[in-house]
Ligand binder design. Sequence first.
Ligand code: UFG
Length: 329
Amino acid sequence: MRVLLVGGAGYIGSHVARRLSERGYIPVIYDNFSTGHRRFIDRFEVIHGEIADYECLRHFLKNVDAVMHFAARAYVGESVLKPREYYATNMTDALTLLNATVDAGISKFIFSSSCAVYGAPEQLPITETTPRFPLSPYGQTKAAFEDALKSYSAAYGLKFVALRYFNAAGADESGMLGELRSPETHLIPLVLKAASGHSPAVSIFGNDYDTPDGTCIRDYVHVNDLASAHVSALDLLIHKGESDVFNLGTGTGFSVLEVISAAEEVSALHVPRLILPRRPGDPPVLICDGEYARKKLHWSPQRGLIEILSTAWKWQIINTAVGAESAVC
Ligand code: UFG
């Protein structure tokens, strides 16, 4: 079975491509390489295309059986400043993909959603039925696209799975894939850069939250566990043919300070830090209830914070060396 991974050269898509291939599926990467990396997916069939290009999509959708959609703008803070770009890519362009998929007669669609659809819920842990009140344009576009999927499912027979990721983190155990963004804004890569001296200090955005140590708590889930969830979601669509929505997280939250301590343990290096004011829009605590995914998707994460940090650390060491080589080329 051939699966089109739209945005498949990015952080999560490239890990999913490897996992699909290990499980006997054929990943076909469709990416415009605005943020993706060729070296992450060079062993697979690759199409350089835009998700806004209906004709190009229709052409390549002729030869696939399912679609996974990863191509999105994904910086929460940036989305507040540039909602127009976020609505254009995450809604308008994504609807072009969805229309092309339905028009091509493909009925299996897997969507990268986010726990950002929930906003800052008071009820914890967060279940799939926790009301969605997204606080940022990023979260709003994810919620709106989920709604489009429901409507298309009802009207056109599309079957979809929306996967609401909590905080994706870590790297492939090979050390050959990992987080590589510019600019980097995510906590774990920034903490590890500070440990290795590649940045002066990590900023802690607020230590006056109503949490045990005053810093924000997140549910960090390993990217290869997320990758396995995509394979399980595809298996579910193939065998059950029912649309559904799942939260993907571990059920355990770690504060910013706990992440820094664990990074010091893994790297055996000190992480210099700096307390700054709160970052606007950050919910104090986000923790996933993964019970529904465990029961219905038969998925639960196999890796914890230490595996996340040790794989991310290995990736950072290898990638720093590889990055230097490509700069010379
Ligand atoms: N943080 C810092 N210093 C930094 C970076 C982050 O203290 O330099 C803190 C943040 O304030 C937050 C936590 O670390 O409390 C995690 O921040 P990230 O930027 O790593 O991740 P976010 O939780 O903001 O966002 C990520 C994804 C989103 C997704 C969200 C779901 O980027 O796409 O998780 O929680 F929607």
